[in-house]
Design a protein around this ligand. Structure first.
Ligand SMILES: [Zn+2]
Length: 344
C-alpha cells in the first residue's frame, strides 16, 4: 500500500513546495512536468522557489498523455536523473509525470491546478491511444500540494466535474459490494467506506461551492484526495470506478467530442443509481446545484450517444462486475433508463 507522505491543501500552499521537498529529502534536483498554461499559472513560481532552495531544477512542457509524451519524459529522467518528478497541471500533466516517474522508479509529487478528478491523488493514470480506455496502475504521489488560490481561478467547469467524479463513488461502491456478494470478489470495507464518505460529504456540502468557494474547494479537494487514498488502499480503482465510469469510458469511445471525465461519469451515476435503486434524484439535484451536466444536451452529446454508451458500457471492461452484468441493457431498456432519469 503506497500512501502520500505529505498532503497540503489551502491558500498559497505552493509557497511551501521548497520546504516540502526538503522535508522529503529532495534537496538536490527536481524535474517539473507541466503544460504551457500551467507553467504560467504555477510552474514558474515552483521553479523559482525550488531553485532558491538550492535544487537543480529542469522542466518539460507536455500537451498530452500518450505513449510519445511518456517516452519523452522518461528519456529526460534517464538523462537528468532527478531525485523527484513534479507534475503541475490538471489531469494530463499529472498523469504523464506520474506514470513516467513510476516506470523510472522515481518519487512523484502532484501539484494540481484544477480539481477536476481524483487522478490528482490516485495511483492510477488514464492513457489515451491504448486499446484499454480505462485507467492503469502507476504509483501514488509521495506528496500532494493543492493551492486553493490557484485552483479557485480555474474554470468552474473543472470544479463541477471534480464534484461529479466524487459523487460517482455512490454507485462505484455499490457495484463493488455487488461484485463481492455475487462473484466473491475481494471487498475492502475500509477503502469502500472512505470513498463512500467522500461522496456523502460532497452531497452534504455541495452548496458551499456556490456560497463559500474557498471552503467548498477544500471539501472537494479533501474528497478527491481521500478517493485517491481509497484506491491506494484497495490497490485498484474499484472503490472509485464502477458502472458509471464504464459508461463514461464508453462515451469517450463513441462521442465525436466527449465531455469531461467527471461530467460523463456524473451523468452515468444518475442512471446507474436508478438501476441500483438508490436516490438518483438527489444525485441529479446535487449535480445541478454544483453546475455539472445532468442531460445529454448539457454534455454536448446526442441522445443516441447516451443510449449506445449505456448498451456498450459493460463490454468496456468485462472483468469488472457491476450492475450492468445483472441488468443487461438493450437499446430499448437503455433508452427507457435515460428517459426516466431525464438524461435524454
Ligand atoms: Zn473518475
Amino acid at each position: 500500500m503506497q500512501l502520500p507522505r505529505e498532503v497540503v491543501v489551502g491558500k498559497n500552499t505552493l509557497e511551501q513546495i521548497g520546504a516540502i521537498c526538503k522535508r522529503l529529502d529532495f534537496s538536490n534536483s527536481a524535474l517539473i512536468v507541466m503544460g504551457p498554461k500551467t507553467m504560467e499559472i504555477a510552474g514558474r513560481k515552483a521553479m523559482d522557489i525550488l531553485t532558491h532552495e538550492g535544487l537543480k531544477v529542469d522542466h518539460l512542457v507536455v500537451t498530452s498523455c500518450n505513449i510519445k509524451d511518456i517516452v519523452f519524459v522518461e528519456d529526460k529522467i534517464d538523462q537528468l536523473k532527478p531525485q523527484v518528478i513534479l507534475g503541475i497541471g490538471g489531469g494530463t500533466k499529472i498523469d504523464v509525470a506520474k506514470i513516467s516517474a513510476s516506470h523510472k522508479d522515481r518519487p512523484f509529487i502532484s501539484v494540481p491546478t484544477t480539481a477536476s478528478h481524483d487522478g490528482i491523488a490516485s495511483p492510477l493514470v488514464s492513457l489515451k491511444g491504448l486499446d484499454k480506455p480505462y485507467s492503469l496502475m502507476a504509483q501514488a504521489p509521495m506528496a500532494i500540494v493543492a493551492d486553493t488560490n490557484i485552483i479557485i481561478n480555474s474554470s468552474p467547469r473543472f470544479t463541477a466535474s471534480g464534484c461529479a467524479d466524487v459523487i460517482s463513488k455512490l454507485t462505484a461502491v455499490k457495484d463493488w459490494k455487488l461484485a463481492h456478494e455475487v462473484m466473491d470478489e475481494y471487498y475492502g470495507e475500509y477503502a469502500a467506506n472512505l470513498a463512500l464518505m467522500s461522496a456523502k460529504l460532497m452531497l452534504k456540502n455541495a452548496r458551499l461551492l456556490t456560497t463559500d468557494m474557498e471552503q467548498g474547494l477544500r471539501v472537494l479537494l479533501e474528497a478527491l484526495i481521500s478517493c485517491g487514498v481509497a484506491m491506494s488502499i484497495a490497490g485498484s480503482s474499484r472503490p472509485c470506478s464502477g458502472s458509471e465510469h464504464l459508461f463514461g469510458h464508453a462515451l469517450d469511445q463513441i462521442a465525436p467530442k466527449p465531455a469531461m471525465h467527471g461530467e460523463q461519469c456524473g451523468v452515468g451515476t444518475i442512471m446507474m443509481a436508478r438501476l441500483h435503486n438508490i436516490n438518483w434524484r438527489q444525485i441529479r439535484d446535487t449535480l445541478k446545484r454544483v453546475g455539472a451536466p445532468t442531460t445529454a444536451q448539457e454534455l454536448g452529446l446526442e441522445k443516441e450517444h447516451i443510449v449506445e454508451a449505456l448498451v456498450r458500457a459493460q463490454e468496456i471492461r468485462p472483468d469488472r462486475y457491476t450492475i450492468l452484468d445483472e441488468r443487461t441493457l438493450t437499446p430499448e431498456t437503455a433508452k427507457t433508463l435515460a428517459k426516466t432519469t431525464g438524461v435524454i
